[in-house]
Design a protein around this ligand. Structure first.
Ligand SMILES: [Zn+2]
Ligand SMILES: [Zn+2]
Length: 305
């Protein structure tokens, strides 16, 4: 069972509060890390959550609003101080690369590692060691993207009786087959498909960034195991959500229900709410499997079956 843990590094909207930092979410799976948005101060959170400055890492930026992106430069600098060598994947709007180039130049930042930049666009964006990443347009006051991070398919169910029938000794060879690798037994080659069922889908995490709800996003997030959605305002503040191009907790819940996701996490809370319990309560009336994000909260995402 491979662990896939989602950790919230910052959960406030626009400005930090005493208990909440600016937006950032990390996904960790077998040494691979995906960070979605980089609010100011994210490098301290990356250290405290032991995500590893030298990890196999991909950073997804939803849009170019300061609260989602200013932490990126500090993170890159900290990585360089730690002598990172491994290339770093960054996905985001095209102007993100320009911003990085200009500020790195002005501030004399020399990176110790290469950046592999991919411009965000609707559809497939990038395949990493363990995931396939897709993007869709979000509805915000500037160009913005939502991301869907799909774990690659895992090997099918293992049938011990089939392995025994093929005279494969239990132990190392079984474990290799279970992981999807072919083995040699008594000079014969045995393919994993001979002893396992069809490959099973992996887990899928959706991240909206800042957005109004839309039917396009409901389709895009269809069937996600975990959906992390903009919940800047409570239901009764919908006029503010419409005006500032964000969502309310109730709208996030409606979208989660329409998309048929397994679990919803509300995040990006306006600093006006010192307690978000009422936002969760009203969302649960629409979509019961709702929780509120908090800085440092970790969610172990289970397989759907
Ligand atoms: Zn924001
Ligand atoms: Zn924004």
């Amino acid at each position: 069972m491979v662990k896939l843990v989602v950790t919230f590094l910052g959960t406030s909207a626009a400005v930090p509060t005493e208990g909440r930092g600016l937006p950032s979410v990390a996904l960790k799976r077998e040494g691979e890390v995906i960070i979605m948005d980089c609010g100011e101060g994210v490098q301290r959170r990356v250290l405290s959550e032991s995500l590893g400055l030298g990890s196999d890492m991909t950073i997804l930026i939803t849009h170019l609003h300061g609260d989602h992106v200013t932490g990126l430069l500090g993170l890159l600098q900290t990585m360089s101080m730690a002598q990172r060598r491994k290339p770093l994947n960054i996905v985001g709007p095209s102007k993100l690369l320009k911003w990085l180039e200009v500020t790195s130049d002005l501030l004399h930042i020399g990176l110790t590692f290469p950046i592999k930049f991919s411009t965000a666009k609707p559809g497939f964006v990038l395949r990493t060691s363990g995931f396939r990443i897709r993007a869709a347009r979000a509805l915000h006051s500037v160009e913005a993207f939502a991301y869907r991070v799909e774990e690659l398919a895992r090997p099918g169910v293992f049938y011990p009786e089939k392995a025994r029938a093929l005279r494969i000794p239990e132990g190392k060879l079984w474990s290799k087959l279970q992981k999807g690798h072919a083995v040699e037994v008594e000079g014969r080659r045995v393919e994993p498909s001979q002893v396992t069922g069809p490959p099973r889908p992996g887990r899928t995490i959706g991240y909206s960034g800042d957005t109004r709800p839309s039917s396009r996003l409901a389709r895009f997030f269809s069937g996600c195991d975990l959906l992390i959605f903009d919940s800047t305002f409570r239901g009764s503040d919908i006029d503010k959500a419409v005006e500032r191009k964000h969502s309310t907790s109730v709208e996030a819940a409606e979208l989660a229900r329409n998309a048929g996701v397994r679990e919803l996490v509300l995040t990006h809370f306006s600093a006006r709410y010192t307690n978000v319990a009422s936002l969760v309560k009203e969302a649960r009336r629409v979509f019961p499997k709702t929780v509120a994000a908090a800085d440092g909260l970790g969610i172990d995402v289970a397989y759907p079956d």
